[in-house]
Design a protein around this ligand. Structure first.
Ligand code: NAD
Length: 495
């Protein structure tokens, strides 16, 4: 089966962006980036070094401290729109790159894997110009006997160290670059080693086709994870904006603690899809199966626990299994594919170890259960429906990051809420019921940062996204996401 793209990919992606210059890594090192659907090497990425990271942080610091970037929101908005327009002009090649490097099905590259986050750069540009919180007049007061006029100012926080994962690279890179630049910060982006080209393509467009001043946006690709730790631990960085696993987030927080650097963390999830006993079984089960299969389950906000009324358990399993059987892993270049490959051999082995664990814990698979037999090459796992476990099993508690949905019975609304909340995570979720009020009441009791009711979609530039509990600290997107990149200064003058 062919998994080759026909569109030409962007050229010249073996470069870093430091202080306005596109250049090879110091020492000239490169590493391979690979197509997960074919296992073919796409080409070489620049293997940035500690010296490169040091230079990038220095450039971002100088651009913030010495340039006019932080003081000119109209210019910032113009640069963000230039970046958006140039990336949109390259849309065909960028979408092809995203499918080739990330394994993202094409239906996602015309949505959250490319088109939507690029369009959203315009939303951040608008916000840079329209934000009305830069200066708040609190009026006069006489605290401790001194008549004083008070203002609260919001100011750009400074240098942002952005550390990102591979699963939705454009969505996550732009959800950091967009608001950070709009707010007046400068940025050093350290993308995941699995998807370096998605980031270097942004670097090339930013350097060649926008007026972004040198040092405002720096991109350092590397095969070396320790460059992330270097960025998180450098005292010249004011905000560490991290998306990735909870384990790495914990390490980032520890590293940043050395200099009390502000951290913003978007971490893992194990979100619940809650069906109430009056829900349309076919619609809810179908949607739960579809969500778990999408992009081979490689989304932090995907619902991976399906909580079903015990009385409807078998009916739901049959319906979800039937949907999953129709969503078998496929070539991400085919328009009908929902579940493409997983990112790497290592990630496939990790998912397979969880499937073995499920067997060891006594589960059966109502659909899928392992590697796709349709492909001789590529890292494909078929969407899998795990049955027979309860919420205490490791498969129900730990993030698998593959197309694996675990069905768990509940005995009613209170029990469903209890199980949904019985998780170290709190990132997202869903509730399905014929009764809107009842569904909203259940949604309100689940401790999670985002939740969709009866198929409602919260994903949008103006909607804050983030986690409760071990799913993170802070919010990305929306005005709240922009304000993560601002400091607050209170000023009083005696009258
Ligand atoms: P990861 O945690 O392994 O790596 C993320 C990034 O951190 C990479 O760029 C990596 O090089 C860097 N890194 C690794 N060690 C580091 C260290 N000690 N200090 C600083 N940086 C370090 O995550 P991943 O495997 O790339 O992505 C998958 C994970 O990301 C999943 O757990 C998923 O849930 C999570 N994720 C969360 C969100 C969200 O918004 N909550 C979104 C997407 C992915």
């Amino acid at each position: 089966m062919s998994t080759g793209a026909t569109t030409a990919l962007p050229d010249g992606l073996d470069v870093l962006l430091i202080d306005g210059d596109l250049a090879a890594a110091s020492g000239g090192g490169t590493f391979e980036t690979t197509n997960p659907a074919t296992e073919e090497v796409l080409g070489a990425a620049a293997d940035g070094t500690a010296a490169d990271m040091d230079a990038a942080i220095g450039a971002a610091r100088s651009a913030f401290d010495e340039g006019t970037w932080a003081a000119d929101p109209v210019f910032r908005a113009r640069c963000l729109r230039q970046l958006r327009d140039a990336l949109q002009a390259d849309g065909e090649a960028m979408r092809a790159l995203t499918t080739a490097e990330v394994g993202a099905p094409t239906f996602l590259t015309s949505g959250p894997q490319f088109d939507i986050p690029v369009e959203d750069l315009g939303w951040y540009a608008d916000l840079a110009e329209s934000y009305d919180g830069w200066r708040t007049d609190l009026g006069e007061a006489t605290p401790v006997g001194v008549r004083s006029q008070r203002w609260v100012l919001r100011e750009p926080a400074g240098v942002v160290g952005a550390i990102t994962p591979w699963n939705f690279p454009h969505q996550i890179n732009f959800a950091k670059i967009g608001p950070a630049l709009a707010a007046g910060c400068t940025v050093v982006l350290k993308p995941a080693p699995d998807t370096p080209w998605c980031a270097s393509a942004i670097a090339r467009v930013a350097a060649e086709r926008t007026d972004l001043p040198p040092g405002v946006l720096n991109v350092v690709t590397s095969s070396d994870h320790t460059l992330g730790a270097q960025l998180a631990g450098d005292p010249r960085v004011d905000v560490v904006s991290f998306t990735g696993s909870t384990a790495t987030g914990r390490a980032v927080m520890r590293t940043a603690a050395e200099h009390i650097t502000k951290v913003f963390l978007e971490l893992g999830g194990k979100s619940a899809f809650v069906m109430l006993d009056d829900a349309d079984v076919a619609a809810a089960a179908g949607m739960a199966a579809f969500m778990a299969a999408t992009h081979a389950g490689q989304g932090c906000a995907i619902t991976t626990r399906l909580l079903v009324p015990a009385s409807l358990h078998d009916e739901v399993v049959d319906a979800a299994a039937a949907t999953m059987a129709g969503l078998a892993a496929g070539d991400p270049n085919e328009p009908g594919t929902i579940c493409g490959p997983v990112i790497s051999e290592r990630q496939r082995a990790r998912i397979e170890s969880y499937l073995q664990l499920a067997r060891d814990e006594g589960a059966t698979f109502a659909a899928g259960g392992g590697r796709s037999e349709r492909f001789e090459r590529g890292w494909f796992i078929d969407p899998t429906l795990v049955v027979g476990l309860d919420n205490s099993s490791r498969v129900a508690r730990e993030e698998i990051f593959g197309p694996v949905l675990t069905v768990i019975s509940h005995t009613g609304d209170d029990d469903a809420v209890r199980i949904a909340n019985d998780s170290p995570y709190g990132l997202s979720g869903a509730v399905f019921s014929a009764d809107e009020e009842r569904a909203l009441a259940v949604a309100g009791r689940i401790r999670t940062g985002t939740i969709g009711v009866n198929g409602g979609v919260w994903y949008s530039a103006d909607v804050p996204f983030g986690g409760y509990k071990q799913s993170g600290i802070g919010r990305e997107m929306g005005v709240a996401g922009f304000e993560e990149y601002l400091e607050t200064k209170s000023i009083a003058i005696a009258r």
